[in-house]
Design a protein around this ligand. Structure first.
Ligand code: A3P
Length: 289
């Protein structure tokens, strides 16, 4: 069993190196033309990154394939000394920058709000997110062992996972959406109608691409294509960090896989907790396609 543990900041469990670098992260200086990709873990981060990257490169797949997607969009809270931190990488990048975070709204470096940056948030239904996170923690050697599915169910509900409670994360960003430049998307919508959702991203990024380019982006960002693409499937990450023989990073990419994991009792319990925790919010998730 892995000995990795997490450390809390304001009640949110984060990776220890992130917490140790907290001061640098909080004093990060955003620029007004930064675009920040925001997600709760396992909600389609890599997917939206590839979509954004292809839009940025005007559909030029050759350019997209030059570097690994994670390296193109520095992860603000990433830290693994002595390597440069996410903040160091962002600081070394020319504007306009595309950055990435899993932080909840109240832990975001304040300069992102002060500079009125663009935020692109992708939310995924909690049940599929939990299943995906469970498998990710099994294969990720620098996150804690998830334990059994039954154990993980409780851990996830109680927000004792990296980046905290799904409920608080989604609610926090949902409530901010009218006050800032936030494009709020749903994993399930992108899955159902990628063309429509990608068009929204193009508009949000202030781009104007023709129909052929749009169709190409839709094709190249499908689950099947991204699973084969070494720039997106994380096959280049060492096994000591991501052991894809346990569970592939590009695992299933579907809506409704939770039905293969949740027992009837777990489902009832979850729905009750969901009602309580999400009471008063207008957000609505699609649980199957
Ligand atoms: P599953 O584990 O359910 O398969 P993140 O990038 O935030 O870590 O999210 C990973 C999840 O997004 C995984 O979910 C992964 O398979 C899924 N995913 C990645 N690329 C995708 C794509 N092009 N289409 C659909 N799902 C995708």
């Amino acid at each position: 069993s892995k000995k990795t543990h997490l450390k809390e900041v304001a009640g949110i469990p984060l990776q220890v190196a992130t917490v140790d670098n907290w001061r640098q992260i909080q004093s990060f200086e955003a620029k007004p033309d930064d675009l920040l990709i925001c997600t709760y873990p396992k909600s389609g981060t890599t997917w939206i990154q590839e979509i954004v990257d292809m839009i940025e490169q005007n559909g030029d797949m050759e350019k997209c394939r030059r570097t690994i997607i994670q390296h193109r969009h520095p992860f603000i809270e990433w830290a693994r000394p002595p390597q440069p931190s996410g903040v160091d990488k962002a600081n070394a990048m020319p504007a306009p920058r595309i950055l990435r975070t899993h932080l909840p709204t109240h832990l975001l470096p304040p300069s992102f709000w002060e500079n009125n940056c663009k935020f692109l948030y992708v939310a995924r239904n909690a049940k599929d997110c939990m299943v995906s996170y469970y498998h990710f923690q099994r294969m990720n050697q620098v996150l804690p062992d998830p334990g059994t599915w039954e154990e993980y169910f409780e851990t996830f509900i109680n927000g004792k996972v990296g980046w905290g409670s799904w409920f608080e994360h989604v609610k926090g960003w949902w409530e901010m959406r009218d006050r800032y430049q936030i494009l709020f998307l749903f994993y399930e919508d992108i899955k159902r109608d990628p063309k429509h959702e990608i068009q929204k991203v193009i508009k949000f990024m202030g781009k104007n691409l023709d129909e052929m380019v749009l169709d190409k982006i839709v094709q190249e960002t499908s689950f099947e294509k991204m699973k084969e693409n070494p720039m997106t499937n994380r096959s280049t990450v060492p096994k000591s960090i991501l052991d894809q023989s346990i569970s592939p990073f590009m695992r299933k990419g579907t809506v409704g896989d939770w039905k293969n994991y949740f027992t009837v009792a777990q489902n009832e319990k979850f729905d009750e907790i969901y009602r309580r925790k999400m009471e008063g919010t207008s957000i609505n998730f699609c649980m199957e396609l």
